[in-house]
Design a binder for this molecule. Structure first.
Ligand code: E4P
Length: 230
């Protein structure tokens, strides 16, 4: 049995960790774009519900603001219906990625959407074997929900690490997208694991900027500057 060491990544992997914003809130997406940190967006039905907007109006706006991939979730449960819905979502804009749950029907749909050149984000994943099947189905992204595992006393990040090893062992192109992150430590752990993408809420991204010593250091230098003759 191979040890759980990270293998040398295949050359096809883009060695730059992307930050996706996990929201459907236009103001947040615009602000993160202004900060120059917006590599993509992941939405889900709960995010959309919170905005109070109609998907038909909201989705094209998000896709127009974000230059990178935008995950829009299919809510159908049966393969034919997911494929149908996925095609409609993909027609909204070139940067749409269809989010599909990691079920038997979902993975049938992922294979078909993938064969049609439609990108997919396989979501609500909680086991490395689900991730293996998602990769075999041709998923563009796999989204392990690490924070939700932590909240039932399972180590979420261990799941991400195992997926990284499996994908690297076999050179799967499917990108590891760490999701349901709850705090900056999840982001740090995902980066140390070698996740291709981490998707996070706006507040967590803002926390990544913060360090009390940075504030203290700036304050100290500004006070010193007051003593400098002008
Ligand atoms: C990811 O794509 C999901 O939208 C998200 O991370 C789900 O996380 P939650 O547990 O915060 O709902």
């Amino acid at each position: 049995m191979k040890s759980l060491q990270r293998q040398t990544p295949p050359l096809t992997i883009e060695l730059h960790m992307k930050i996706f914003l996990d929201t459907a809130d236009i103001a947040q997406i615009e602000e993160v774009k202004r900060l120059g940190m917006l590599d993509g967006v992941t939405t889900n039905p709960a995010h959309v519900a919170r905005t109070g907007a109609r998907p038909a109006e909201l989705y094209p706006r998000i896709c127009a603001i974000c230059d990178g991939p935008v995950s829009l979730e299919a809510i159908s449960l049966e393969a034919d219906a997911i494929v149908e819905e996925g095609r409609k979502l993909a027609a909204i804009a070139d940067n749409v990625v269809v989010k599909v749950p990691v079920t038997r029907e979902g993975l049938i749909a992922v294979r078909r959407l993938s064969d049609e050149g439609i990108r997919t984000n396989v979501t609500v994943a909680y086991s490395p074997t689900q991730a293996l099947l998602a990769a075999k189905a041709g998923a563009t992204y796999i989204s392990p929900f690490v924070g939700r595992l932590d909240s039932i006393a399972h180590e979420g990040q261990e799941l991400a690490r195992q997926i990284r090893v499996i994908y690297d062992n076999y050179g799967f192109d499917t990108q590891l997208l760490v999701a349901a992150v709850r705090h900056p430590m999840h982001v740090l752990e995902a980066a140390l694991t070698g996740a291709d993408v981490v998707t996070m809420a706006f507040d967590i991204l803002m926390q990544l900027y913060e360090h009390p010593l940075t504030d203290q250091g700036i304050d100290m230098f500004l006070k010193a500057w007051d003593q400098v003759p002008q």
